[in-house]
Ligand binder design. Structure first.
Ligand SMILES: Cc1cc2nc3c(=O)[nH]c(=O)nc-3n(C[C@H](O)[C@H](O)[C@H](O)COP(=O)(O)O)c2cc1C
Length: 209
Protein backbone atom coordinates (compact mmCIF):
# COMPACT_ATOMS: atom_id res chain seq x y z
CA UNK A 1 0.00 0.00 0.00
CA UNK A 2 1.52 3.29 -1.12
CA UNK A 3 0.92 6.73 0.35
CA UNK A 4 0.28 9.73 -1.86
CA UNK A 5 0.85 13.15 -0.31
CA UNK A 6 -1.23 15.90 -1.91
CA UNK A 7 0.09 19.43 -1.27
CA UNK A 8 -2.46 22.15 -2.06
CA UNK A 9 -1.32 25.75 -2.43
CA UNK A 10 -4.21 27.86 -3.74
CA UNK A 11 -6.31 29.62 -1.09
CA UNK A 12 -9.25 29.80 -3.56
CA UNK A 13 -10.59 26.34 -2.69
CA UNK A 14 -13.52 25.40 -4.99
CA UNK A 15 -12.85 28.32 -7.37
CA UNK A 16 -9.19 27.35 -7.80
CA UNK A 17 -8.36 25.88 -11.20
CA UNK A 18 -5.24 24.10 -9.91
CA UNK A 19 -7.26 22.54 -7.08
CA UNK A 20 -10.04 21.46 -9.45
CA UNK A 21 -7.61 19.61 -11.72
CA UNK A 22 -5.82 18.11 -8.71
CA UNK A 23 -9.15 16.82 -7.35
CA UNK A 24 -9.84 15.13 -10.69
CA UNK A 25 -6.38 13.54 -10.45
CA UNK A 26 -7.10 12.33 -6.90
CA UNK A 27 -10.54 10.90 -7.81
CA UNK A 28 -9.07 8.89 -10.66
CA UNK A 29 -6.05 7.88 -8.58
CA UNK A 30 -8.19 6.62 -5.72
CA UNK A 31 -10.34 4.54 -8.09
CA UNK A 32 -7.37 3.02 -9.88
CA UNK A 33 -5.31 2.51 -6.67
CA UNK A 34 -8.03 1.52 -4.13
CA UNK A 35 -5.54 0.23 -1.55
CA UNK A 36 -3.40 3.37 -1.47
CA UNK A 37 -3.86 6.17 1.04
CA UNK A 38 -4.01 9.88 0.28
CA UNK A 39 -2.87 12.53 2.76
CA UNK A 40 -3.78 16.15 2.06
CA UNK A 41 -1.54 19.01 3.19
CA UNK A 42 -3.41 22.29 2.66
CA UNK A 43 -0.61 24.82 3.07
CA UNK A 44 -3.12 27.57 3.94
CA UNK A 45 -4.51 25.50 6.82
CA UNK A 46 -1.08 24.51 8.16
CA UNK A 47 1.03 26.32 10.69
CA UNK A 48 4.52 26.13 9.19
CA UNK A 49 7.43 26.85 11.54
CA UNK A 50 9.09 30.24 11.17
CA UNK A 51 12.47 29.99 9.51
CA UNK A 52 14.16 32.35 11.95
CA UNK A 53 17.67 33.00 13.30
CA UNK A 54 17.82 29.96 15.60
CA UNK A 55 16.68 27.69 12.77
CA UNK A 56 19.30 29.10 10.41
CA UNK A 57 22.00 28.65 13.07
CA UNK A 58 20.82 25.04 13.47
CA UNK A 59 21.12 24.52 9.72
CA UNK A 60 24.66 25.93 9.60
CA UNK A 61 25.66 23.87 12.64
CA UNK A 62 24.71 20.73 10.72
CA UNK A 63 26.56 21.86 7.58
CA UNK A 64 29.72 22.50 9.62
CA UNK A 65 29.38 19.31 11.68
CA UNK A 66 28.73 21.00 15.03
CA UNK A 67 26.30 20.09 17.81
CA UNK A 68 23.09 22.07 18.31
CA UNK A 69 22.57 24.37 21.29
CA UNK A 70 19.30 23.67 23.20
CA UNK A 71 17.64 26.62 21.38
CA UNK A 72 18.81 25.35 17.98
CA UNK A 73 17.70 21.79 18.79
CA UNK A 74 14.21 23.02 19.65
CA UNK A 75 13.95 25.08 16.45
CA UNK A 76 15.29 22.20 14.38
CA UNK A 77 12.74 19.72 15.72
CA UNK A 78 9.84 21.49 14.00
CA UNK A 79 11.80 21.47 10.73
CA UNK A 80 12.46 17.74 11.12
CA UNK A 81 8.74 17.11 11.70
CA UNK A 82 7.84 18.80 8.40
CA UNK A 83 10.56 16.95 6.48
CA UNK A 84 9.75 13.55 8.01
CA UNK A 85 6.07 13.98 7.21
CA UNK A 86 7.03 14.81 3.61
CA UNK A 87 9.40 11.85 3.31
CA UNK A 88 6.82 9.40 4.69
CA UNK A 89 5.05 9.54 1.30
CA UNK A 90 5.83 7.36 -1.72
CA UNK A 91 4.28 9.71 -4.28
CA UNK A 92 3.49 13.42 -4.42
CA UNK A 93 0.89 15.62 -6.07
CA UNK A 94 1.28 19.41 -5.90
CA UNK A 95 -1.24 22.01 -7.04
CA UNK A 96 -0.34 25.68 -7.12
CA UNK A 97 -1.26 29.01 -8.69
CA UNK A 98 1.18 31.33 -10.45
CA UNK A 99 1.63 34.55 -8.50
CA UNK A 100 3.79 37.26 -10.04
CA UNK A 101 5.31 34.69 -12.41
CA UNK A 102 6.47 32.54 -9.50
CA UNK A 103 5.03 30.46 -6.68
CA UNK A 104 2.81 31.87 -3.88
CA UNK A 105 4.80 32.85 -0.79
CA UNK A 106 3.25 29.97 1.17
CA UNK A 107 4.97 27.52 -1.21
CA UNK A 108 8.28 29.33 -0.78
CA UNK A 109 7.84 29.12 2.99
CA UNK A 110 7.26 25.36 2.72
CA UNK A 111 10.32 24.97 0.46
CA UNK A 112 12.51 26.96 2.87
CA UNK A 113 11.51 24.67 5.74
CA UNK A 114 11.69 21.43 3.77
CA UNK A 115 15.01 21.76 1.94
CA UNK A 116 17.50 20.90 4.67
CA UNK A 117 20.87 19.18 4.99
CA UNK A 118 20.62 15.68 6.38
CA UNK A 119 16.87 15.59 5.76
CA UNK A 120 16.17 16.16 2.08
CA UNK A 121 19.71 16.63 0.73
CA UNK A 122 23.26 15.91 1.81
CA UNK A 123 26.47 17.82 1.21
CA UNK A 124 29.97 16.49 1.04
CA UNK A 125 32.96 18.71 0.14
CA UNK A 126 34.31 15.95 -2.13
CA UNK A 127 31.17 14.78 -3.91
CA UNK A 128 28.99 17.89 -3.52
CA UNK A 129 25.18 17.88 -3.12
CA UNK A 130 23.01 14.78 -3.24
CA UNK A 131 19.22 14.55 -3.10
CA UNK A 132 17.85 12.25 -0.39
CA UNK A 133 14.26 11.91 -1.66
CA UNK A 134 14.88 9.37 -4.39
CA UNK A 135 12.99 6.51 -6.07
CA UNK A 136 9.65 8.35 -5.77
CA UNK A 137 7.35 9.98 -8.30
CA UNK A 138 5.62 13.33 -8.38
CA UNK A 139 3.10 15.30 -10.41
CA UNK A 140 2.42 19.03 -10.28
CA UNK A 141 -0.60 21.02 -11.46
CA UNK A 142 0.27 24.64 -12.27
CA UNK A 143 -2.54 27.17 -12.92
CA UNK A 144 -1.78 30.55 -14.42
CA UNK A 145 -3.82 33.39 -15.86
CA UNK A 146 -1.70 33.67 -19.02
CA UNK A 147 -0.01 31.14 -21.28
CA UNK A 148 3.68 30.34 -20.92
CA UNK A 149 4.13 27.21 -23.04
CA UNK A 150 6.38 26.75 -26.09
CA UNK A 151 5.81 29.39 -28.78
CA UNK A 152 4.09 31.93 -26.52
CA UNK A 153 7.20 34.08 -26.16
CA UNK A 154 6.56 34.01 -22.39
CA UNK A 155 8.52 30.83 -21.61
CA UNK A 156 11.27 32.64 -19.67
CA UNK A 157 8.71 34.23 -17.33
CA UNK A 158 7.52 30.85 -16.06
CA UNK A 159 9.35 30.95 -12.73
CA UNK A 160 6.48 28.94 -11.20
CA UNK A 161 7.33 25.54 -12.71
CA UNK A 162 11.07 26.34 -12.78
CA UNK A 163 11.01 26.96 -9.01
CA UNK A 164 9.08 23.83 -8.06
CA UNK A 165 10.59 21.43 -10.60
CA UNK A 166 14.06 22.82 -9.88
CA UNK A 167 13.89 22.35 -6.13
CA UNK A 168 12.25 18.91 -6.41
CA UNK A 169 15.06 17.84 -8.74
CA UNK A 170 17.60 19.10 -6.21
CA UNK A 171 16.26 16.78 -3.50
CA UNK A 172 16.10 13.81 -5.89
CA UNK A 173 12.48 13.96 -7.09
CA UNK A 174 13.28 13.91 -10.79
CA UNK A 175 10.39 11.66 -11.90
CA UNK A 176 7.98 14.58 -12.27
CA UNK A 177 4.95 15.08 -14.55
CA UNK A 178 4.06 18.76 -15.13
CA UNK A 179 0.38 19.53 -15.80
CA UNK A 180 -0.28 23.11 -16.92
CA UNK A 181 -3.73 24.72 -16.64
CA UNK A 182 -3.38 27.77 -18.88
CA UNK A 183 -4.64 30.34 -19.58
CA UNK A 184 -7.20 30.51 -16.78
CA UNK A 185 -8.04 34.17 -17.56
CA UNK A 186 -9.23 35.73 -20.83
CA UNK A 187 -11.78 34.46 -23.37
CA UNK A 188 -13.93 31.73 -21.84
CA UNK A 189 -13.59 29.24 -24.71
CA UNK A 190 -9.78 29.49 -24.63
CA UNK A 191 -9.74 29.04 -20.85
CA UNK A 192 -12.10 26.07 -21.08
CA UNK A 193 -9.91 24.42 -23.74
CA UNK A 194 -6.85 24.82 -21.53
CA UNK A 195 -8.71 23.41 -18.55
CA UNK A 196 -9.98 20.37 -20.53
CA UNK A 197 -6.47 19.64 -21.81
CA UNK A 198 -5.09 19.74 -18.25
CA UNK A 199 -7.89 17.50 -16.97
CA UNK A 200 -7.16 14.93 -19.66
CA UNK A 201 -3.47 14.83 -18.77
CA UNK A 202 -4.36 14.61 -15.07
CA UNK A 203 -6.67 11.63 -15.74
CA UNK A 204 -4.17 9.71 -17.87
CA UNK A 205 -1.31 10.44 -15.43
CA UNK A 206 -3.33 9.41 -12.35
CA UNK A 207 -4.29 6.04 -13.84
CA UNK A 208 -0.69 4.88 -14.23
CA UNK A 209 0.86 6.88 -11.39
C1 LIG B 1 -1.50 37.65 -6.39
C2 LIG B 1 -1.71 37.11 -7.79
C3 LIG B 1 -0.71 37.23 -8.73
C4 LIG B 1 -0.87 36.70 -10.01
N1 LIG B 1 0.16 36.79 -10.91
C5 LIG B 1 0.03 36.22 -12.13
C6 LIG B 1 1.12 36.25 -13.06
O1 LIG B 1 2.21 36.74 -12.79
N2 LIG B 1 0.94 35.66 -14.27
C7 LIG B 1 -0.24 35.06 -14.62
O2 LIG B 1 -0.33 34.53 -15.73
N3 LIG B 1 -1.28 35.02 -13.77
C8 LIG B 1 -1.19 35.59 -12.54
N4 LIG B 1 -2.24 35.53 -11.65
C9 LIG B 1 -3.46 34.81 -12.05
C10 LIG B 1 -3.47 33.40 -11.50
O3 LIG B 1 -2.28 32.70 -11.83
C11 LIG B 1 -4.68 32.62 -12.03
O4 LIG B 1 -5.86 33.24 -11.55
C12 LIG B 1 -4.66 31.15 -11.63
O5 LIG B 1 -5.83 30.54 -12.11
C13 LIG B 1 -4.56 31.01 -10.12
O6 LIG B 1 -4.59 29.62 -9.75
P1 LIG B 1 -5.83 29.03 -8.93
O7 LIG B 1 -7.02 29.22 -9.84
O8 LIG B 1 -5.49 27.62 -8.71
O9 LIG B 1 -5.95 29.82 -7.66
C14 LIG B 1 -2.10 36.07 -10.37
C15 LIG B 1 -3.13 35.99 -9.40
C16 LIG B 1 -2.94 36.50 -8.13
C17 LIG B 1 -4.05 36.36 -7.13
Amino acid sequence: MAKLLYIEASPRKDRSRSTQVARTFLDVYQKSHPNDSIQTLDLWATSLPRFDGATIDAKYAILSGQAHTPEEAQAWKSVVDVAEDFKSADKYLFSLPMWNFGVPYIVKHYIDVLIQPGLTFSFDPQSGYKGLVTGKKAAAVYARGGAYGPGTGMEDYDLQSKTLAGILGFIGLTDLVNIFVEPTLGPQEVAEAGFTKAEQLAISTAKSF
